[in-house]
Design a protein around this ligand. Structure first.
Ligand code: NAD
Length: 327
C-alpha cells in the first residue's frame, strides 16, 4: 500500500516535507530526507550569501539525484538578507520547488511562479492562507500554534486551524506544527491535509548538530519550550533555557523591551554556535512542543519508512471504529 494525496501526485514523494529550519536545513539533511522518499528542504538564509546557497545546492545534488526544495523566510533579521539574490541563485541553479514563509511574500511568490516553480507557502492564519492562494501558490502549509519558530500572533492550535483550512481553502494544504510521528501524520490527513511538514524530527537527525542537542530533544517534553518576542510582535517558540528565560524576563520588565535590549542574547549566530558546541544553554534555538513525542534518533530512511508503515496501520485500524448496526 502507498499513500497517495495531491501532494504525492505533485512531488512524486511520500506525503512528508522537511520543514525549513534555520541552521538545520543544510545539504546533508535535505539530501538524506529526499533520499528517504520525502521532500528535503535547504534553508536559504542558513547560507551566508546567495553564492554560498549555490554551492549548497550543488552539494545537495552531489548527495541525491531526487528533487529537493529551498526555503526562503521573510521575517525581521539583524542583518537584512538579499532575498532577491538568494531567490535568483536558487532558480539559476535549477531548483524548482520552494517553501516560502513570513511577511509580505507576494513578490517572491510571483517571481517563483513566473519561473514555473512549485511554491509551498507556510502561514499561521487562514487570512494569510487565502491571500497566498490569490498570489497563486500551489500548496499551503498551515502552521499551528504548537510549532517551533514563528507561530504568528493569533495563537490558534493546529486542530482548529486545519479544520478551518478544510472549510475555507480551495487548494491543497499540508499541516505544520507539532507533528512528529505517524499518529500526527494520520491525524492531519483526517483533517483534510494532503501531507505533513515536520521540523523537530529533522533537528534530531541532522548531522552537523552536536549529539548533545539531539539527546536534549529526546529528553525534553512538550512543556520545554517558551515564547520569546511576544511583546515585539514577532513571537518565536524556542527551547526553554537560561537565555530564552532571560529574554522573557527582560520583555516583562515595566515599560517593556526594545529589540536592542535582547539583540545580543537572541542572535541567530549565537544559536548556531550552541548547535555546534552541543550546549543547549548557549543561545536561542527553535523547538516545537512535539519534542514531547520524540523518543529516539533514527536515520531519515528509518523514520520515513516507519511513519509510512504506521500511518497505513492507523488509517486501516480506524475502519474498526465504524461498527455497522445489526439489522
Ligand atoms: P537573526 O540573528 O537576524 O535574528 C534572531 C532572531 O531575532 C530571529 O528570530 C529574528 O526574527 C528576530 N529579530 C531580528 N530582528 C528583529 C527585530 N528588529 N524585531 C523583532 N525580532 C527581530 O536571525 P537568524 O537566526 O540569522 O535567522 C534569519 C532569519 O530566518 C530570521 O528572520 C529568522 O526568524 C528566520 N528563521 C527562519 C527559519 C526557517 O525555517 N527558515 C527558522 C527560524 C528562523
Amino acid at each position: 500500500m502507498v499513500l497517495v494525496t495531491p501532494l504525492t501526485k505533485l512531488l512524486g514523494s511520500v506525503p512528508l516535507v522537511q520543514g525549513g529550519m534555520q541552521w538545520v536545513g543544510v545539504p546533508s539533511l535535505a539530501a538524506a530526507v529526499s533520499e528517504a522518499g520525502a521532500l528535503g528542504i535547504l534553508t536559504a538564509l542558513t547560507q551566508p550569501s546567495p553564492d554560498a546557497l549555490r554551492e549548497a545546492i550543488r552539494e545537495t545534488r552531489r548527495l541525491t539525484s531526487k528533487p529537493f526544495g529551498v526555503n526562503i523566510t521573510l521575517l525581521p533579521t539583524i542583518n537584512p538578507p538579499d532575498y532577491e539574490g538568494y531567490a535568483r541563485a536558487a532558480i539559476e541553479e535549477g531548483v524548482r520547488i520552494f517553501e516560502t514563509a513570513g511577511n509580505a511574500p507576494g513578490a517572491l511568490i510571483k517571481f517563483f511562479k513566473s519561473q514555473g516553480c512549485i511554491v509551498i507557502h507556510k502561514c499561521t492564519t487562514i487570512r494569510h492562507a487565502k491571500s497566498a492562494e490569490k498570489h497563486g501558490v500551489d500548496v499551503l502549509s498551515i502552521d499551528g500554534f504548537e510549532c517551533a519558530g514563528h507561530p504568528g500572533e493569533e495563537d490558534v492550535g493546529g486542530l482548529v486551524l486545519l479544520a478551518r483550512a478544510a472549510q475555507e481553502l480551495k487548494i491543497p494544504y499540508i499541516a505544520s506544527g507539532g507533528i512528529a510521528d505517524a499518529r500526527g501524520v494520520a491525524g492531519v490527513l483526517a483533517l483534510g491535509a494532503c501531507g505533513a511538514n515536520m521540523g523537530a524530527p529533522g533537528q534530531r537527525l541532522v548531522h552537523p548538530i552536536h549529539q548533545n542537542i539531539k539527546n536534549k530533544i529526546v529528553e525534553s517534553k512538550e512543556q520545554d519550550t517558551v515564547h520569546i518576542f511576544r511583546t515585539l510582535h514577532n513571537t518565536a517558540r524556542v527551547f526553554k533555557n537560561k537565555v530564552s528565560m532571560e529574554v522573557v524576563s527582560i520583555e516583562r520588565k515595566p515599560g517593556g523591551a526594545k529589540f536592542e535590549d535582547v539583540r545580543e542574547l537572541v542572535s541567530g549566530l549565537r544559536g548556531k554556535k550552541g548547535y555546534e558546541l552541543g550546549d543547549p544553554d548557549y543561545g536561542i534555538w527553535s523547538a516545537s512542543q512535539s519534542m514531547g513525542v520524540i523518543n529516539d534518533i533514527p536515520t531519515c530512511q528509518d523514520l520515513v519508512g516507519r511513519i509510512e508503515r504506521e500511518v497505513e496501520d492507523i488509517i486501516g485500524g480506524l475502519s474498526k471504529v465504524v461498527v455497522k448496526a445489526k439489522l
